[in-house]
Design a protein around this ligand. Structure first.
Ligand code: GAL
Length: 357
């Protein structure tokens, strides 16, 4: 071998060593298991905060995390999930844009044997969803109904109260649970005439809000107020979520002169809590994210270490194909009397956050 060839061989050897070293580093980095988090968007306060909290908790527990937001677009979410699978995600935590629309991505997860945890909103029409972590969604609705029953003492009412319902996104499997929970508590009072739905819009579908859109909720509320409440008061408005409550509050400001109704909500979003402090909204259901995040990240650990996965409900959540083993956390309500105790002492908000403009 002449000198020149030897030089080339040395260069080649050096390059291969470098390559091996680089692959070694890469392999070392990817020793950490990757968890994929897929969320509808980061514009809704809940998803923006909770995805970051889940990620940080997973980092603490030694995982790598890929987080993606889908701009509320089903096709984009499918694409993002497929990319997470391609990047080696070993568990997927998914909040679906629409419960029933993740088919293709779920097929791919199944082909690759990747466990899927449906976070808060159930993924339906697939057997590829392994577990579900959420709050007692029917319980959320019941809390709203019980709050109204208690506040207005419906059992001893000497008058009729006018009531309207705004339910959520028909594409969100949770939305009907919220509606039915509240409706079931209030049905006896609708039956005995203590409550009266003046608009006559009584079903989930009639009251629904596609995409949980504030604008759509406002538009529907404005129509109802213009058509039915020019000469009479609306006393109660059951709203499935804080997002829709904002629409109702907007509509009342624009199209109503009567006495102000009791409005429900859910999520304790910052603006809504401020409205509760000002008396524009009566209550909101608080779903303490620390409970849900702990349940979900524990599940990830259990799945990946082959332990038995902790669930507390194996009956409620049939997704059209299978009953998904679930872990349900407990919701509570907040209102003007207890918000400081519940929200500030739990660290969900600081006093300053609630007081700033
Ligand atoms: C639900 C979720 C609620 C609320 C709502 C609107 O499915 O459980 O907490 O955020 O969507 O986004």
């Amino acid at each position: 071998m002449n000198k020149r060839n030897r030089k080339y061989i040395y260069i080649l050897l050096a390059l291969s060593a470098l390559l091996i070293l680089m692959t070694g580093c890469y392999a070392k980095k990817s020793d950490k298991k990757i968890i994929g988090i897929s969320a509808p968007s980061n514009e809704i306060q809940r998803w923006a905060l909770e995805t970051v909290q889940i990620r940080d908790e997973l980092y603490k527990r030694g995982y790598d995390v890929i987080t993606q937001y889908a701009s509320n677009d089903v096709a984009m979410q499918i694409n993002q999930i497929e990319n997470m699978i391609a990047q080696g995600a070993e568990v997927l935590i998914i909040i679906p844009v629409e419960s029933a629309s993740l088919g293709e991505a779920m097929d791919m997860a199944k082909e690759h044997n990747i466990p899927v945890i449906s976070y808060d909103m159930l993924i339906t029409n697939t057997d590829a969803v392994s577990y579900y972590t959420t709050f007692d969604n029917y319980g959320v609705g019941r809390i709203m109904g019980e709050y109204v029953r208690g506040k207005l003492d419906l059992d001893n009412a000497s008058r009729t109260y006018n009531i309207e319902f705004t339910s959520g996104n028909p594409g969100d499997n949770n939305a009907a649970y919220f509606f039915n929970g509240a409706k079931d508590v209030l049905q006896p009072y609708l039956d005995n005439g203590v409550l009266n739905i003046v608009s006559g819009q009584t079903t989930f579908t009639q009251c629904s809000t596609p995409g949980w859109s504030t604008e759509k909720a406002q538009h529907r509320a404005e129509n109802i107020l213009a058509s039915f409440y020019q000469d009479t008061d609306v006393d109660i408005w059951i709203s499935g979520s804080d997002i829709t409550s904002l629409g109702i509050i907007g509509a009342l400001g624009n199209s109503y002169n009567g006495s102000y109704p009791l409005i429900t909500g859910q999520d304790c979003s910052l603006l809504n809590v401020k409205y509760i402090m000002e008396g524009k909204q009566a209550m909101s259901v608080f779903k303490d994210p620390t409970l849900l995040i702990e349940a979900t990240t524990n599940m990830v650990d259990e799945i990946l270490s082959g332990k038995e996965v902790t669930v507390n409900d194996t009956e409620t959540y049939f997704n059209g194909i299978k009953t998904v083993p679930s872990y349900l956390c407990k919701p509570v309500y907040i209102d003007a009397d207890n918000y400081e105790d519940v929200l500030i002492s739990s660290g969900f908000y600081t006093k300053e956050q609630l007081l700033e403009d």
